[in-house]
Design a protein. Structure first.
Length: 284
């Protein structure tokens, strides 16, 4: 497995790979890898000849007071996991390699970056879009793989790629969950044992929304009210939002129709958690 610390190194590796007639799948990560990331690597390996994983905790997507400094960085463990799962190359740059000078050029994807998490993390999606644009330009992959759990990030990246005519396909893979339903996340390790048990309330609220839609409920306010009731069973969970939006545009929907994203965000202690499901109201 090739480990590249510089842009020149990973570009040279990709050039050699392409010269051999091979396709490249790319999994961008911030490290602290888990089974969710492994599922993306497996999807990339199934669809492409070679797999590149990036490991970079991107400072420009963290706001003041967020967890940039304490975000886990177990690089050696991450590299071992990549090698065990057949990754061909890892790009693990430093911040100075990615941002060697004051960054004056930013990618802002309007509208889809503004609702949901955008209301609570100003500037976050500008940082996400910019670093992904940089990584796509550096790696030059055929396909990039993202998890459905980060649904708004996916929508932002898909729109950026389409609007800027970037020559790669974005592949969205299902959310990976623990046996009790909690969506797998690098930030779950921040949770205390009690908070970890309580965090399953998020999945239960999403399951409740799907049940209501299956039984014919279409009023978004009534659905989100019942979701909030479920979330209220854990008094420590501080709700940021409970939303039902169009799955593509992320616009709020007064009534459930077509393909919808049902999303929840909130905090347990100091840990911010997000989760979502997509429901096709035409068939549910």
């Amino acid at each position: 497995m090739q480990v590249a610390k510089t842009i020149a190194e990973i570009r040279a590796w990709v050039r050699r790979t392409r010269a051999a007639g091979k396709t490249v799948g790319f999994v961008p990560t911030m490290g602290a890898l888990h089974v969710g990331h492994v599922s993306l690597v497996q999807a990339a390996a199934a669809q492409c000849d070679c797999v590149v994983v990036s490991i970079f905790v991107n400072p420009t997507q963290f706001g003041p007071g967020e967890d940039f400094e304490k975000y886990p960085r177990p690089l050696e463990k991450d590299l071992a996991l990549c090698e065990q799962n057949g990754v061909d190359a890892v790009f693990a740059p430093s911040s100075s390699e990615m941002y060697p000078r004051e960054n004056l050029t930013w990618v802002t994807v309007q509208k889809v970056s503004e609702p949901l998490c955008g209301r609570f993390r100003p500037g976050h999606f500008r940082g996400v879009a910019t670093v992904c644009a940089k990584l796509f330009n550096i790696v030059g992959a055929d396909r990039a793989f993202f998890g459905q759990k980060d649904a708004q990030q996916v929508a932002v990246i898909q729109r950026m790629v389409a609007d800027l005519n970037m020559p790669l396909e974005i592949v969205v893979c299902p959310t990976v969950r623990e046996p009790d339903g909690l969506a797998v996340s690098s930030r779950n390790q921040y949770l205390s044992p009690q908070e970890r048990r309580e965090a399953t309330v998020i999945c239960r609220s999403l399951q409740r929304s799907a049940e209501l839609i299956r039984t014919g409920e279409k009023d978004a306010a009534r659905i989100t009210d019942q979701m909030r009731e479920v979330l209220g069973q854990v008094s420590a969970f501080q709700v940021e939002y409970v939303s039902i939006v169009d799955a593509a545009s992320l616009e709020d929907l007064p009534r459930v129709q077509g393909r919808v994203l049902i999303a929840v965000a909130g905090r347990l202690g100091s840990t911010r958690l997000i989760d979502n499901i997509v429901v096709d109201a035409a068939t549910k």
